[in-house]
Structures are given as structure tokens and as C-alpha cells.
Design a protein around this ligand. Sequence first.
Ligand code: TPP
Ligand code: SF4
Ligand code: MG
Length: 286
Amino acid sequence: MATGIYAKGKEYKSEVPPTWCAGCGDYGLLNAFMNSLADQQINVNNTALISGIGCSSRFPFFIKAYGFHGVHGRALTIASGVKLANPELEVVAFGGDGDGFAIGGGHVPHMCRKNMDMTYIVMDNSIYGLTKGQMSPTTTPGMKTSTTPYGAPDNPINPLAFVLTYGATFVAQAFSGNPKQMRGLITQAMKHRGFSYINVISPCPTFNKQDTFDSYKEMFEDLPEDHDTSDKPGAIAKALDRTSGKLYSGVYYEDKETPTFLDRIAEQRKTAGAFDFQKILDIYRP
Ligand SMILES: Cc1ncc(C[n+]2csc(CCOP(=O)(O)OP(=O)(O)O)c2C)c(N)n1
Ligand code: SF4
Ligand SMILES: [Mg+2]
């Protein structure tokens, strides 16, 4: 077996012990992710894991691969730089709901619309865990948090509808309480050529006492067998459908046709001819 490839999921684990609280949902993703790496026979020497800041953003520490624990909200900017500098790398970005959809919310649309070939996994616990329980963009309205003692007044962001709208070409939802299903979804997301997004519902038992493993178990069900993953409006409708009180796991949408950002650049290079620097200068300094 080549160096950097392991037979079993647990062999992908680094020497750094996770510092998450007992019962944190992020452990479910860690196990599912390591098992998916083994399933795919991923070489850690060719893999870069990039994160922002938050409990969830500690993720890269715990895997034997290149890792970059970045700046709050900037996981995707760093990840795109890594991918552009070395397109051969398998790039996976990680973060929390705050990292991705509050401070980092301006970056997600652009990775989606560029269709950068990478996977982005958000551990959504509807709270700021690391900073001890402030309201996040996915906090349920009315929930009391340290910054909303009378109940969260805002409507939450819907991460799935958000990334679907902006053009992510693979969109799935998983639940930490179902690592077996999540393992397969991670494999599908990483194999997809283009920008893949997985929303992992990952409870924080320490600071979010409302959204528990048990309450989510009641709500989760697989997307219906006849769900058409090529139908974007249908996927958005499923993402927005909370009338039944259900949350759906599985692949919402996949588009294998749209070229990636680097495909488009390669195509331009074929037709653009010699690069004319003066032409660019003339645009900015007429
Ligand atoms: C520029 C900046 N602003 C604020 C912070 C403080 N901060 C660190 S993590 C975090 C929120 C973490 O929440 P989330 O991204 O949901 O991750 P979780 O801890 O819940 O996994 C905040 C506000 C920071 N580190 N840097
Ligand atoms: S505070 Fe919450 S999100 Fe952070 S490690 Fe503990 S349980 Fe997990
Ligand atoms: Mg969070």
C-alpha cells in the first residue's frame, strides 16, 4: 500500500486527541470522514484540510493530512487559494454555522458560483460553541442564548437553500447521529467534480440544550426515493419544506455538467492567445 493510504478509517487519525466536549456531534463527522477516506483510499500526502475558527474548525488537527486552521470565516478563501496553487490536491474545507454563514457568509456564494472543485462541510449546531453559546445564523427563532436572553428575534438562514441558490453543484444533508449514511455522502461529495456542500446537523449538548440528538432523531428522515437530484427547484423546495416538521438527509442536488472554475480558465487559455498585459492596464488606466 502506498505511503499515506490506510486500510482502516481509524488509521487516518492523527496523534492529536480531539478536545471536543463529551457528546459533541462533531465526533460523528470525524468518524464518518475517516471511514470515507479509507473507503476512497485517499492519500493524505495529497490532501489538504482547511478550516476557519470554532469548535468545528479544529477538525483538521485530528486527521493525518495537510491542514490549515485559518481565520474566523475565511476557510473558503484559504481553501480556494490552496486549490488554485495546486489543483492536484484534494481540498476539503470545514467550519461551523457561524464561521460559514455569519462572518464568512460573503464568501460562500462565490465558491458556489465559481464551482471551485472542493468539498465544504459545515457542522451546523445552531449556536456559537467555541465562544460559549451566542446566537448563530441558524438558531431557531425564540431560542434563548447568551446574546438573546429573551429569545432569538431573527429568522434563520437555510444553508441548503442558500448554497443551492448560489450554484453549488453537489448539495447534501447529513446527521451526526447517522454516521453510516454520512460516510457515503462524504464519499459522493468528494468524488463530485465541482463545489460540493454537506450540511451536517451536529448537536452541541453543552450550549444548545434545545436541539438535541433525540429531538433531531425524531425529525430526520431520508429524502424520498423518487426525489430527483437533477431538479434544482425541487431540491430548493425540499430544503425549504419545514411544514411537516421533518428534516431530510441525503443528496438534494447534483449537477455533473457545469464546468469547474479551473475548467473554464483552461478553456479560456486555449482561445485567448498571448496574454496582453497592456490591455489589462488600459482597462484600469484609460
Ligand atoms: C474575527 C473574529 N471574530 C470573532 C471571533 C470569535 N469567535 C471565534 S469562534 C466564533 C463562533 C463559532 O461558532 P461556529 O462557527 O458556529 O462554530 P462552533 O464553535 O459552533 O463549531 C466566534 C464568534 C474570532 N475568533 N475572530
Ligand atoms: S461547546 Fe458544543 S460544539 Fe463545542 S466542543 Fe462542546 S459540545 Fe461541541
Ligand atoms: Mg456553531
